[in-house]
Design a protein around this ligand. Structure first.
Ligand code: PMP
Length: 433
């Protein structure tokens, strides 16, 4: 038997352009061609092994055998949809809801985080009979038409909806911690006023509870409380987008909203739920769902199918068995300590922040003025890739290194990452990468 040779990156790039068209974007100046994943490691076609410090989807580790087996077992037995009775979706929903405050009494399933947010928005609008939506200035909430127009991070060419208002993110690097909650709440109140000035009422405040695309803001816990109260006083709902922080990433709680002492009206879920299998959904307070359920039915062909549910169950098993929330906290703390030590030697590092295994390193040209070092950050992300570590950039100026590895990341993995960053920063300081 002859095996066909691995296509070169140049060939794949040409084929991508031809068949996938021009809307897709790749990571890195020299794109990575991956063929296999295992735990925190990603293997490329040329034999290079990369340390994955970026992917929160495979959050219990790439190709985790327990999840893989659960998916394979169920796929070999039955895969249908929610129009037939099946026990597993009920057991999974019960188990998921048991991790949340009791007020969140119903679970509904989708295939993507976008669909979950879209459904949440429809539910919120039915319940409040209002349309206004408040998000942060560099939010990302999904790909549907309703969410693209509420995702300013997609760029200036994607026009915000007429009923969408933005608020400045709770930038803990530029706003004093004791004022953070009040400043954010002032923004929300101003957005509510502006909606009202245009004859609109707020249906919801929709935020990622770790503000991933805005630059990753996690501290001090509790800073969301005043804003959520302001929104509720105006008759709107609080939707916690847990697509990024959910399922243990923050190390302090299973869900990001819990760190703020809040009980959302709706919680949306995605990415890490199926460890790569497309499973997403939402949890909602039963009274909030009533109006929507009266007005229309809900059916999502693939959402909550038995194979997806098997993946979701297996992910919960692994998080518990391998004590991954505690691991995220322990390794995340170690990582931040090591990064802070690095900051003493590299002037580009302005701030190290985050919670658990969601860590941000903000790069600045000038520590006093806190001017974003965007170009340098691009070189750092590419320099890390050259040294075998996959990471990304985030924030409105793309000057924040986003470190968000699978939750099975170890302190040894963290040390490797820090050593690669140390080398990269030295290279960048002398004009390289
Ligand atoms: N919300 C947030 C906060 C996200 O980061 C994302 C995806 N990056 C989404 C929603 C949309 O999820 P999906 O890509 O699964 O539709």
């Amino acid at each position: 038997m002859t095996t066909s040779p691995t296509p070169s990156a140049t060939e794949l790039l040409a084929r991508r352009a031809r068949v996938l068209g021009p809307a897709y974007r790749l990571f890195y100046e020299e794109p990575v061609h991956l063929v296999r994943g295992e735990g925190v490691w990603l293997h490329a076609a040329d034999g290079t092994r990369y340390l994955d410090a970026y992917n929160n989807v495979a959050s219990v580790g790439h190709s985790h055998p327990h999840v893989v087996q659960a998916i394979a077992r169920q796929a070999a037995q039955l895969n249908t949809h929610t129009r037939y009775l099946h026990e597993d979706i009920l057991s999974y929903a019960e188990r998921l809801l048991a991790t949340m405050p009791p007020a969140l009494g119903h679970a509904m399933f989708t295939c993507t985080g976008s669909e979950a947010n879209d459904l949440a928005l429809r539910i919120a609008r039915s319940h409040t009979q209002a349309t206004g939506l408040i998000v942060t200035e560099f939010a990302y909430h999904g790909v549907t038409a309703a969410l693209a127009e509420a995702s300013p991070s997609l760029g200036h060419h994607v026009t915000l909806g007429a009923h969408v208002r933005t608020v400045r993110a709770p930038d803990s690097y530029r706003i004093a911690p004791e004022r953070l909650g009040a400043v954010f709440a002032d923004g929300v109140r101003a957005a509510i006023d502006d909606l009202q000035a245009h004859g609109l009422r707020p249906a919801a405040l929709l935020v990622d509870t770790v503000f991933s695309s805005d630059g990753i803001f996690t501290h001090p816990p509790g800073f969301l409380t005043e804003a959520v109260q302001a929104l509720r006083d105006a008759g709107g709902l609080f939707i916690a987008d847990e697509v990024q922080p959910g399922l243990g990433r923050t190390g302090e709680a299973l869900w990001g909203f819990q760190r703020h002492g809040l009980v959302p009206d709706i919680v949306t879920l995605g990415k890490p739920m199926g460890n790569g299998h497309p499973l997403a959904g939402l949890a909602v307070q039963p009274p909030v769902l009533e109006a929507f359920a009266r007005e229309c039915r809900y059916f999502n062909t693939f959402g909550g199918n038995p194979v997806s549910v098997a993946a979701g169950m297996a992910v919960l098993d692994v998080i518990e068995r391998e004590d991954l929330v505690a691991n995220a906290q322990r390794v995340g703390r170690h990582l931040r300590e090591q990064l802070s030590a690095l900051a003493r030697r590299h002037a580009l590092i302005g701030d190290v922040r985050g919670s658990g295994l969601f860590v941000a390193v903000e790069f600045v040209g000038d520590r006093e003025a806190r001017t974003p070092a965007s170009a340098e950050t691009t070189r750092i992300v590419n320099g890390l890739r050259d040294r075998g570590v996959l990471a990304g950039a985030t924030g409105p100026q793309a000057n924040v290194l986003k470190l968000r590895p699978p939750l099975v990341f170890s302190t040894t993995n963290a040390d490797l990452l820090v050593a690669a960053l140390d080398e990269t920063l030295t290279a960048v300081a002398s004009g390289g990468r």
